[in-house]
Structures are given as C-alpha cells and as structure tokens.
Write a protein that binds this ligand. Structure first.
Ligand SMILES: [Fe+2]
Length: 345
C-alpha cells in the first residue's frame, strides 16, 4: 500500500486553452507557471501547482497527480504497486515542479501520477482573483463507488471520512476531511474541483469577484454537514463545477479518530460515519435539500438532485411538509382562540 500525502494537480483537457488560462489566472487567481504550445501549468500564488490545462476536444479530467513522502524511492513504490497487481510506468518532466512520476490507471480510468519530490513554482506576488491557498479536492462520478473506495484505501492508503448512504464517499489522505470523492452514476466523469481559501472573508471576496465578472453562483454560500465546509459553487467557461471552500473538517490525529471539535458538529465527538439520505445539504437552511437546476450534477437514474453528495430525500422531505403545515394550523387556531376571548376590564 502507498501512503499518499496530498493531491498535487488535476490535468484538465479543454477545447479553448486561452479562455481557460484567462479564467484560472484572472478569476481563480492562480499564476501561470509555464505555457507551452498546447499546455499551461497553473500554480497557487505560493507556488503549489494546481491545474494543468491541455488542449483537447472535450472538458475532461484525465489525470491526477499525488505526492508520497519526499525522498521516497519511486522504484520501491513501483514494486509495491506491482504487488497490488498494478503495472506502472516511469514518466519524466510531468510539469516544471514534478521531474519524475509513476503513472498508472485507477479502476475508473483516471491516470494517477505519483511523485515524491516537488519544486515549488516561483513566488508570484501579484494580487489577482480569488487566490486559493491550495487545490483542495476533486470529485468524480462513476458506477462502482465501493470498488473505487476499496482501491483508494487498499492501494493508495486513503481513509474513509464519511459516506452519504451508499452512493457518495468522502476519502482523506491527510488531515483534510476529503481530498477525493466518488459519487455513483452510470457514467464516469468529473463532478467538481474544489479550491481551499483562507477564511469566510475570502469566500465573500470570491462572491464579489465572480459577480463583477458576471459569473453567477450556482449554489451557496452554504455550510455542508458532511465535511462542514463553507462553500460556494460556480461553473467555469468549460462547464466544470468549481467550488471554493473554507472551514473543512480536520482529522488532526488518526489514532484519536475524530475530527477536530467544532461548535457546529452534530456528534460529540464527530467521527467518520454513514450519513442518511435526508441529511440537509446546507446546515444554514436555504436550499438545504438538493440544489438549483443550474448546479445539478448528472443524476443517478431516478434520483433526486445531487450535489456534493447531498441528495434530496423526497419521502422524508414531503413527510415534513404536513408537519410544518400542522404546526402552522395549530398556531393559527391558538391565535384565533385568543382573539375570541372576551376582554376583561
Ligand atoms: Fe466539494
């Protein structure tokens, strides 16, 4: 088993590389670390490579890089993969920051590029766009979520943070509650990419930057319950859902086994668990079940709207409506009785 420490960058194919470079630099606030004829490498302002753009026919995410401990021998990593039945290939010059990597394919067809050593991109002190602190997580849709979870845990060393029912898994490889997600769907595709920002004030700044550039939020601001991150969502020019988030649950000590205590947790202590289908998708309230049509991911057959693993629960939601109606009717009856009482004095 490997011991993945963090996700590096996601490689995205795009029909219009110039448009995407403009979006990722001017709006997201990444810096252009390198530009080649059909490729662009984008890093955070502090020098962590986050996105590689490649010219392609469709907007897809064919590769994901992941880092093991610096100094690890990639030959030894390759033999561990071989023991797990995986054939890997040594590749060089992945990006300006990654000289060498081992490439292999995960069960849903994404190429994983495992690297051990990394050079930070030159510092960029310009102040543009949202400027996330890091590439936070990537979510995929795929038919066999359980198979993906088994592979990521048994082969790559991820841990399960939470499940939503049996169709959405949240896996961690560091303190962060999740670095990859898998959502069950018939087809395999990217679901969304998320960048971490420093705090709530940067979420507010991001909202204003997006609005000033006529990019409307498709969902949020919300606080999730699964992971408890504050998040906003929009679509980039290629239609890929992009999330900015902060306040994600942290597992500081795997042996303790609980997420760092937070006042908004539902359980004390908050441990990894399976959440019900009817878990609200916004702890703050509005749009807590499902998401607007514009933000919806492709759905499971016959399923209610899904986003970030958060699905409407039609049966329970509708069951709640009569309860609310009953409460309101009771309140109205009370008021009406009160108004009929004879006044004294
Ligand atoms: Fe997310």
């Amino acid at each position: 088993m490997l011991d993945i420490k963090r996700a590096g960058h996601s490689t995205l194919t795009t029909p219009d590389i110039e448009k995407m470079v403009d979006y990722f630099t001017r709006i997201v606030g990444l810096s252009l670390a390198a530009r080649e004829k059909n490729r662009a490498i984008l890093a955070t302002k502090s020098g962590l490579e986050a996105i590689v753009l490649e010219k392609g026919g469709a907007a897809e995410a064919p590769r994901l890089s992941m880092q093991v401990a610096p100094g690890s021998d990639l030959g030894e990593v390759a033999s561990r993969l071989k023991k797990a039945g995986l054939k890997s290939e040594r590749r060089s010059d992945i990006t300006p920051g990654i000289g060498e990597a081992l490439a292999f394919t995960d069960p849903k067809g994404t190429t994983i590029e495992v690297f051990s050593d990394f050079n930070f991109a030159p510092e960029d002190n310009t102040f543009t766009g949202v400027m996330p602190i890091k590439f936070g997580h990537i979510a995929y849709q795929c038919p066999d979520v359980k198979g993906m979870v088994k592979f990521y845990c048994d082969v790559l060393g991820f841990r399960v943070s939470d499940w939503r029912s049996d169709f959405f898994a949240f896996l961690r490889c560091s303190r962060d509650h999740h670095t990859v997600n898998f959502l069950r769907n018939d087809k395999t595709a990217i679901h969304h990419i998320a960048f971490e920002v420093r705090d709530w004030s940067d979420i507010k700044r991001a909202c204003d930057i997006l609005a000033r550039n006529e990019i409307k939020l498709t969902w949020g601001p919300i606080r999730h319950i699964i992971g408890h991150n504050i998040a906003i969502y929009h679509k980039n020019p290629d239609g890929i859902v992009i999330e900015f988030f902060t306040d994600l649950d942290q597992m500081h000590d795997e042996e303790l086994g609980y997420f760092e205590p937070r006042p908004w947790h539902q359980d004390r202590p908050q441990r990894p668990k399976v959440w019900g289908d009817d878990t609200p998708s916004n702890w703050w309230g509005p749009m807590s079940h499902g998401s607007p049509a514009s933000a919806q991911a492709p759905l499971q057959p016959g399923a209610a709207p899904v986003h970030h693993g958060l699905q409407a629960a039609p049966a329970k939601a509708s069951a709640r409506k009569p309860a609310v109606a009953q409460a309101r009717a009771k309140q109205a009856q009370k008021k009406s009785r009160a108004s009929r009482k004879p006044r004294r004095g």
